[in-house]
Ligand binder design. Structure first.
Ligand code: ADP
Ligand code: MG
Length: 399
């Protein structure tokens, strides 16, 4: 689960991490009020969307000459003017894709005098099963470019969970940032605070870009991108309020409400499958026959007809879906329940694309009967290979 910059800074601040003073605002008056209450003399007005690259981003509605999604203001009146331009408009950045994201929240904070910009992030390194620090002196830029063109400028170090963070990790971070003396001590403390925040809240990603050295010799986090491990949210109920459903894919959101494992993909063949392994195999075999899956969807073991109907609706409302493959192996899940759910959903939302159904296992005869008697225009399939071939052919050439 990703959160907004202002929320991430709130979490980090509670662990002692230095961030500029600021507050979120939902409208122009709110933005003006926040600025009026800040020290200044310079303010920064920042679009809050779940994507980076906001500074260099462009608002769709404002034309190429207009300023980006992170703007500096010298007066409260200027803050208000920027807020009025940004709120309600669509910001397109390298990370949002061409459709962009609508800006509904702003963050107004004190402007910092920047001497230099650094990069620091923490993430789970799956290869070593450890929390890793990724540190670079090249902050404020696209770190992927830095890593590709000048890999020697990106330093990675991992923390053994048996020892936790040790003072020497802090010294390595300071060294990687090229800092000495008091600044090295600040970097060491920051590393401890970030590591503590990361592990204490089950983050899976924490990225500070840029971390800056200010004119008065302080290290301050000017940007913060945080993602939490969704599997840990049950034990972190305090984080639930940080979720912004407006930022999430509408179909993935509907799926999570129905407790379905759904991930939107780029292809055009919708898949409804039970069991993650079978769902992966189904996607593979669709690709093998020259098709592209539009989604991963595991309806799970004990799904009800309602849940199946909800899943089917999520697939059919995806405009890129040109054909649907239902592939069920009835074990705990019964084929008749799946059939009922599919029929129920089609009754409600209709069916405009070809549908291939492959049922096997528990109650398969009942399931096939329900579908046969429903009058649904279903292409029956004998086995998975046959099903995949049929749906790829049926979906081909449809726009
Ligand atoms: P993004 O990464 O989405 O573009 P950032 O928060 O990193 O957004 O802001 C972009 C740039 O704006 C930063 O690299 C920094 O140079 C500048 N900036 C951001 N916040 C402040 C601030 N509080 N004071 C001064 N400059 C800032
Ligand atoms: Mg940034």
């Amino acid at each position: 689960m990703n959160i907004h910059e202002y929320q991430a800074k709130g979490v980090l601040k509670s662990f002692g991490v230095p961030v500029p003073d600021g507050a979120p605002a939902m409208d122009v008056d709110g933005a003006g009020d926040v600025a009026a209450g800040l020290e200044g003399p310079v303010f920064v007005v920042k679009s809050q969307i779940h994507a980076g690259g906001r500074g260099k981003g462009k608002f769709k509605e404002l034309g190429p000459e207009a300023k980006g999604g992170v703007r500096v203001a010298d007066t409260v009146a200027e803050v208000r003017a920027h807020a009025a331009e940004m709120l309600g408009n669509t910001l397109v950045t390298v990370q949002t894709g061409p459709t962009g994201k609508k800006v509904s929240r702003l963050y107004v904070e004190n402007g910092s005098r920047i001497e230099s910009e650094f990069y620091i992030s923490l993430l789970i390194d799956r290869a070593t099963s450890r929390v890793a620090f990724v540190v670079s002196t090249e902050g404020g830029m696209d770190i992927e470019t830095v890593a590709a063109q000048t890999p020697e400028k990106v330093v990675t170090l991992t923390v053994d969970p048996a020892t936790g963070l040790m003072p020497y990790h802090g010294r390595l971070v300071a060294k990687a940032l090229g800092l000495q003396g008091d600044l090295a001590a600040q970097a060491g403390l920051l590393a401890t605070q970030l590591y503590t925040a990361f592990t204490a809240t089950d983050m899976e990603m924490l990225e500070i870009n840029p971390l800056v050295l200010t004119g008065d010799g302080r290290l301050v986090c000017l940007d913060a991108k945080v993602g939490f491990d969704s599997n840990a949210l049950d034990r972190r109920p305090e984080l639930a309020s940080l979720r912004d459903e407006m930022e999430e894919d509408a179909r993935e959101l509907a799926a999570s409400r129905h407790d379905l494992s759904y991930i939107a993909l780029d292809g055009n063949i919708g898949c409804m499958v039970n069991g993650a392994g079978l769902a992966m195999a189904t996607m593979d075999i669709i690709k093998h026959h020259g098709g592209e899956p539009a989604n991963f969807l595991d309806v799970g073991g004990g799904a009800t007809a309602e849940k199946v109907a909800a899943a089917f609706k999520i697939i059919t409302t995806d405009p890129s879906v040109k054909g649907i493959l239902v592939n069920i192996f009835g074990g705990i899940m019964r084929c008749d329940v799946i059939a009922e759910g599919v029929v129920e959903a089609v009754k409600e939302v209709g069916l405009k694309v070809p549908l291939v159904v492959r049922l096997e296992g528990t109650n398969v005869a009942e399931g096939k009967k329900i579908i046969a008697e429903s009058g649904l225009d279903v292409i029956a399939a004998d086995d998975l290979d046959d099903a995949a071939r049929k749906i790829v052919i049926a979906a081909k050439g449809r726009n």
